[in-house]
Design a protein around this ligand. Structure first.
Ligand code: PLP
Length: 282
């Protein structure tokens, strides 16, 4: 693979970052994953806008290369001949002597690489996901897309150990989101319910697009918290993220939803999303 590190495209084995990088020592970094379909970037502007928001929220300066970010994305896709998958981008505050205080003259680093993945014809999406619930033990600024992914990583391990695909996190009795995706239910009356935006969840770029498409298709949408009991009693459930698009959930804490296959609303939204994503890709 050819990767990008601070101004250079080079083979992954030659890419280097300092051991003093604050991303490595303190998780002082933010990231984005933009999906690639047919060699094109899906919702690039959405991801760039959120990236800028994350940088501002952490008072992190922009690294060199920010003005050419779209070109770097495209060049990486081209050099790796990527047709379907994602581009991972990470910005950290860079290397500095270890100190809790931010360095006075930070030199942020920018790292990017491609991820080849089958997104459209995903077997997991055909079958639907089994979800368990876990307590949400993350910090309070989940709206900032930081590289502090240890708890989500633990959550995925808990799900795996329980024979499930993923975990939804619960705080004060209500679902916040999935370990790496936003969480939705479809009530028996057909209303799509997902938690409203706040500091409690990541503002998913896929979420914004999917809710827009759902409303355009005259589907009922409610942005409010829901409980695990409501989820287990729902007609359907699904998740969204840049790399899973819309993926149906078929089991929640051991309770099968509907007939155990991804439901009609989830399947329709997945179809609409993929069609629109291909149209908007740049
Ligand atoms: N929520 C969390 C915690 C995530 O990590 C992600 C994606 O990585 C999402 C939601 C979905 O966001 P997006 O649709 O922008 O990929």
């Amino acid at each position: 693979r050819i990767v990008y590190v601070n101004g250079e495209f080079l083979p992954e084995e030659d890419a280097k970052i300092s051991i003093f990088d604050r991303g490595f020592l303190m998780a002082d970094g933010v990231y984005e994953v933009t999906s690639v379909l047919n060699g094109k970037l899906v919702d690039y502007d959405g991801h760039l806008t959120r990236l800028e928001r994350s940088l501002t929220a952490l008072d992190m300066p922009e690294p060199e290369g920010m003005d050419a970010l779209l070109e770097i994305h495209r060049e990486l896709v081209k050099r790796n001949n990527l047709k379907e998958g994602g581009v991972y981008l990470q910005i950290t505050r860079g290397a500095a002597d270890r100190d809790f205080l931010y360095p006075e003259h930070p030199k942020p680093s920018l790292v990017m690489f491609t991820l080849a993945m089958t997104l459209k014809k995903s077997p997991k999406a055909e079958k639907g996901l089994k979800i368990i619930s876990i307590e949400d033990q993350r910090w309070g600024r989940r709206d900032i897309k930081t590289v502090q992914l240890l708890y989500p990583s633990m959550g995925k391990m808990m799900a795996k150990d329980a024979g499930a695909d993923d975990a939804w996190m619960v705080e004060d009795g209500f679902v916040t989101e999935g370990t790496s995706n936003n969480a939705y239910i479809v009530t028996r009356a057909g209303t799509i319910v997902t938690r409203q935006l706040s500091n409690d969840i990541l503002h998913g770029i896929t979420r914004a697009a999917v809710l827009r498409f759902a409303r355009e298709a005259q589907m009922q949408v409610e942005e409010r918290p829901f409980t695990m009991d409501e989820a287990k009693d729902a007609a359907e459930a699904f998740i969204t993220s840049a790399t899973t698009f819309v993926t149906g959930v078929v089991e929640i804490d051991g309770v099968t939803l509907g007939d155990g296959a991804p439901g009609p609303v989830s399947r329709r939204l997945r179809e609409i999303y993929i069609e629109e994503a291909e149209k908007m890709a740049v």
